[in-house]
Write a protein that binds this ligand. Structure first.
Ligand code: HEC
Length: 95
């Protein structure tokens, strides 16, 4: 999911990638996935469904039209990424 859709053209994952959009290795943690994975998964689905936001002055993310299975795979990937030991990197929540 990550590579096929070139998420890295805008985002970083553990610091690798482009700096147009937020770091995503910790988005699962920021959305409370460690305590409540089901809610983090729904938040991810809601986010992906609502892009682009169309809010003026805000950077836009494309609509990827992912299937339910692909969204679940993406959730698995972001959950996995959030559990990699990175010696406390990134240093702050915003990444
Ligand atoms: C063309 C650039 C672009 C691409 C490609 C892109 N995104 Fe984004 N993404 C953004 C921008 C810009 C934001 C921030 C939007 C905002 O805050 O309104 C964002 C925000 C997000 C967020 C919320 C992050 C947070 O901290 O709130 C998630 C999750 C996300 N993207 C996932 C993905 C995934 C998964 C892919 C690949 C399938 C992807 N993005 C591809 C531009 C992109």
């Amino acid at each position: 999911m990550w590579e096929q859709n070139s998420c890295i053209n805008c985002h970083t994952l553990h610091g690798e990638g482009a700096y147009f959009a937020p770091e995503l290795s910790n988005v699962w943690t920021r959305w409370g996935g460690q305590e409540d994975p089901a809610t983090a998964r729904e938040t991810l689905k809601g986010w992906m469904a609502s892009q682009p936001s169309g809010i003026e002055g805000r950077r836009q993310m494309p609509q990827f039209n992912l299937t339910e299975q692909q969204l679940d795979d993406l959730g698995d990937f972001l959950e996995w990424a959030s559990k990699i030991k990175t010696q406390k990197w990134p240093p702050n929540d915003a990444g």
